[in-house]
Design a protein around this ligand. Sequence first.
Ligand code: ADP
Ligand code: ADP
Ligand code: MG
Length: 498
Amino acid sequence: MKKRLLIANRSEIAIRIIRAAHKLGIIAVALKSDKDPDALYLKYADEIISAHDGLNEKPVFLDAPLIVKLAVENNIDMIHPGYGFLSENPEFAELCVANNLNFVGPSPELIRNMGLKTIAKDMAIKAGLPLVPGSNGPVKTEADAEINASLIGYPVILKAAAGGGGRGMRIVEKPEQLKRNFKSATDEAISAFGNGDLFIEKYIQNPKHIEFQILGDKYGNVIHLGERECSMQRKHQKLIEEAPSASVSTEMRSEMGEMAVRFAKSIGYYSAGTIEFILDEDGKYFFMEMNTRIQVEHPVTEMVTGVDLVDWQIRISLDEQLTLSQDDIKIEGWAIECRVNTEDVQNRFSPQTGLIDRISFPYGDDIRIESGVENGSIVTPYFDSMIAKIIVKGIDRNDVIKKTLSTLDNFNIIGLKTTVPFAKAVLKHNDFVNANYTTRWIDQTFNPELLEENEEEMIGALAACIMYASEYLQLSSDIPAYKPDRLNVWVLNKRLTY
Ligand code: ADP
Ligand code: ADP
Ligand code: MG
């Protein structure tokens, strides 16, 4: 009997998981939300379960009891949570297990321990990993925070113990800023994670974010698949990622990789997972946290190792033994991922919602597109603004930068603004070309003047003028009226059709 896998997520990652399920001969079942009823991923699924989550209720992807109820009613064997949403929620994993559903991920206990960064840090110390100086566990009061911060030395960073997705974090430069930030970070952590606990770390100036991908099975075998450089961040959220990292030498890779494996083994980890490190200006690295799920940027690792991470993640949860050994993992070439978010870069990356009139992706050798949208898709305010990822592989770093730039040139969208012009500006910038960027780069160096003039916007403005003039002046009928379609053809082909 074929297994039935329910995907408790949406958009591009749902399509990615459906593809992995099909490769394994597994039936892929998708959840349909009222907030995204015509989504592209639904077309790829073998079966669809309508969740009837209503426009004003929380989306089904956040509703653990509803997902489990629907799974049981529909004879589901396994649940893949994707990333975000419930992927790192131990209660959800527990509920799955209690209902005989195979949760594609590690055990609820591992998720719980790694989800609380203070516990994860304790376990990392025990495994001998270097840590950023910080408070010993959560700081309960402002006064406690003040004492810890002055011992650690300013600047410090307040972080939510249960944090994720860059939320519940505040950089505090001076003592007088502590009180205000303590309150706002606590409030944000309560509303985002239902847990207001904060801890404090030394704020590392101009750091790089380096993370190691690992795979472990249920029999104690663990390997690492090298690192990803994820320092191009805005508000602690990644925008462009690469694998490998230009800041990691071969020796460092094996040292950090071995450390990641040692940590994973020490906690009995299985499934795909990521161990995040922060690298300071002197090249010293510190354990930051572990993510117990597949990550948004997993494709760059797949591109340079040739290993299908989602395939392994599912196979491991089906009790398969890892047949890859550390020696089988070879890093070949260089890969870059650009997240395509519907955001107006000119306007402080404000989210854009509405109709994607037209969208077309480039294709070619070594180009991988992971998209959750198509022509006519509607981007709603209910979900994350990431609509696609453009991943490119080259023979080396210079090659992949050039290739990614020409790939991005052949991406077209009409209707909404995206982060693609931002990605182009970054890839052309000397700091990126020289791999001389840190997590502060966007704050310190990026400004909208680095963006190229937006051709589509100019054409849009011109079209509006033609339309206005032809309607208002009631020009003779042999001048064709403005039709969005014809204009789109013009934009897409970059030529005049009339
Ligand atoms: P999340 O769970 O939200 O991903 P992380 O602990 O991984 O939280 O931190 C997210 C980002 O915040 C990191 O990638 C890094 O850019 C920044 N950051 C976290 N801790 C520090 C620190 N001690 N010093 C400087 N930057 C930090
Ligand atoms: P990672 O740590 O994997 O690099 P993020 O922290 O950016 O990535 O990823 C987690 C985020 O993904 C969550 O904040 C959530 O809002 C978002 N998310 C979850 N599912 C989706 C989806 N289908 N499409 C886009 N974003 C999603
Ligand atoms: Mg993180």
